[in-house]
Design a protein around this ligand. Structure first.
Ligand SMILES: [Zn+2]
Length: 229
C-alpha cells in the first residue's frame, strides 16, 4: 500500500488543512525552509489554499531564520549558520533587520531575544494541524486549548523529560489512518514514538490520548506542545 495515498486522505481532498477553504495547492509539513538538504524522501504533505500557503511561507522563513540567529547569538550569518539560512538572511536585509530589532543585550552582555510571538505561534499551529491531519486523518480548525512554545534550554529537567516522554496510548488508531497502517506493519506508530523527519532538525509526535495533541521539536531547540479538547 502506498502510504502517501490512503483513503482517509480522500476525506479532506480539496479542503485547506489550515482554514477549511477550498484547497488549490499542496504544502510540505514541515516546509523545506525548516529542513536541510538533502531533503528526506516522502515528506508529509497537506492540502492548502494559496492564501494560507503564501502567508505561512513568509512566517516559516521568519521562524527558520530567527531560530538560527538565536542559536548563534547574532543576525550576521557566519560559517556555523545553516547555508540556506545564511543565504536567505543575506538576500533579505529587511528580514534580517526585523529579527535584529527583536534583539537586545543584557547587562551581562549576552543577547536577549523578544521575537514576534504571534508569528511563531502561527507557524507552530500550522505545523500541528498539518501533522495531525496527515497522521490521524482529522482536521482541527478550532483553537487549541494549549499552544506552548518553549526553548529547550530554559526548560527544567522535569519539563523536558515530560516533553520527550510519549505514553503509549490505549486508543486504537482509526482504520485506514497512517498510524493504523504502521501498527499493522509492526512499525513504531505515531501513537508510540517520535517521527524523526530529519535527525537533529525536525521531529514530531501525535496522539489522541487526553485530547488530540501534537509535540514538535524544531532544530533541537524549540519544544512545541499543542493540545485540542
Ligand atoms: Zn487556507
Amino acid at each position: 500500500m502506498d502510504p502517501k495515498k490512503l483513503f482517509i486522505d480522500q476525506r479532506f481532498v480539496g479542503v485547506c488543512s489550515y482554514c477549511g477553504a477550498s484547497a488549490d495547492s499542496r504544502d510540505h509539513v514541515p516546509s523545506k525552509i525548516l529542513l536541510d538538504e538533502p531533503y528526506p524522501q516522502n515528506l508529509p504533505v497537506a492540502e492548502s489554499c494559496t492564501v494560507c500557503n503564501l502567508s505561512f511561507s513568509a512566517s516559516e522563513e521568519y521562524v527558520a531564520c530567527l531560530l538560527e540567529c538565536v542559536k548563534h547569538g547574532t543576525t550576521e550569518p557566519n560559517e556555523r549558520f545553516r547555508p540556506k539560512i545564511a543565504a536567505t538572511l543575506n538576500a533579505r536585509p529587511a528580514l534580517s533587520a526585523r529579527i535584529e530589532s527583536a534583539k537586545s543585550i543584557s547587562e551581562s552582555g549576552s543577547p536577549i531575544w523578544n521575537p514576534e510571538s504571534d508569528r511563531v505561534l502561527e507557524v507552530v499551529l500550522k505545523l500541528a494541524r498539518g501533522h495531525i491531519g496527515y497522521e490521524l486523518g482529522i482536521q482541527r480548525l478550532d483553537d487549541p486549548v494549549t499552544l506552548q512554545v518553549t526553548p529547550l534550554p530554559v526548560m527544567s529537567e522535569e519539563e523536558s523529560q515530560s516533553f520527550f516522554e510519549i505514553e503509549p496510548s490505549a486508543i486504537y488508531p482509526e482504520i485506514g489512518s497512517r498510524s493504523f497502517i504502521n501498527a499493522l506493519g509492526g512499525k513504531a506508530t505515531a501513537y508510540e514514538s517520535w517521527h524523526v523527519v530529519q535527525e537533529s532538525t525536525y521531529a514530531y509526535a501525535v496522539d489522541q490520548g487526553a485530547g488530540d495533541w501534537v509535540k514538535i521539536l524544531i532544530h533541537e531547540y524549540l519544544a512545541c506542545h499543542i493540545v485540542w479538547d
